[in-house]
Design a protein. Sequence first.
Length: 408
Amino acid sequence: MKREVIGALSISNELINRYPWLPSLKTIYKDIGEKPPTEFISEIFSNNNSVQIANRVLKIFEAAFNNMEEIPDYTIDNLNVHVYLLLKIILYALNNKVITNRAANLYSKNAYNDMERENSISNIYEICHDLDLKINFYDPPEPIGLKIIKDNREKLKANFSIHYIDYLKLASNLRDEHRKLTNKVLINGHVFVQNKTLIRLIQEYVRNKLLSEETDDKASLKAFINEASKIQGFKELYDKILILWEKRKEEFDFTFKLDISSKEEMVLLLPPCVIEILKKAEEGQNLVHHERLYIVWLLLALEYPVEYVVSIFSIIPDFDREKTTYQVEYAKRKNYTPYQCSTLKSLGLCMADKYKDELCLTGYGSQDPSERKKLKHPLGYVRIKKYRSDKGEYLAKRELEESEKPNE
């Protein structure tokens, strides 16, 4: 039996309390949603649940700053709506892209875990209703293929198919190869998806609901913070989050403590193609398959420990620690060679032009441009940078020693 869902229908209060990011929040909690932010904040911190709400929001930030994969002691009740809205307001006030990405990734992962644990097809169906997705439901599920791993064969079935336009909108930032339409079952304009894949798409919707660009209107932002800070409870919570961030932010700075054979920071030796991927990971952006492979293989080639490589992926939306650790350890055993420069260019991962990197663009060796050698591999970039750094230190040391010699 096939049921088609087009357009949003009524949704229960219970589901909104569980998933306050749903569009029907504005209808069911219209009295809250239409209030100006400062009025909403004032009401929150003047009711009996203010301490509980504030503590829940604080736990989200603590978990995000500590690279946790789920919000601890997460409770599902009507206070969730207030927690969600207050979280969005504070993220706006903080106006920090790194914090926003971390909080959005954690909150959306939490939603994913909750939907997966709940394992309720009817709730997923209602959520798709509310998100105004053009989706079909199949009972019994439709066969969509065969998964073969060695001698094991598993028949794949799907309860849902989603219109390809909606699929592309939700999956636009999920750039893994297996998510491309060419790798999906597409019939009559609908993409067949298994429950876990559909939940992952919904997770991306949740993440995008919390993401926001840093505002350039500093005057309006300052005026809002000044006004909101007059509300004592908000000021205390806001200050606590800032203190937490001050204690942890150095750990999120884009620097490295490891080296090849000296104490200098590795970031000074890494090519721009690596820097770009690490920046994306630091901000919690999705990485494509080739970006993930490349960064793992290169860092392992530079003898970074497995646990450090795994930690790089820790705030990416689809991070799974056990799975990632297994894959990194497997790559270490296989001793894969990182992509060479020509491969990186063909994959669109070369960042020489974007970063205007002189070594990448002009090569090395002779001062005569016609005789200079072009880089062929990112490991060569690291070796040359290392050589130049060591040579510079040596010359500086010699100059210092000469200056300290007594005049004869």
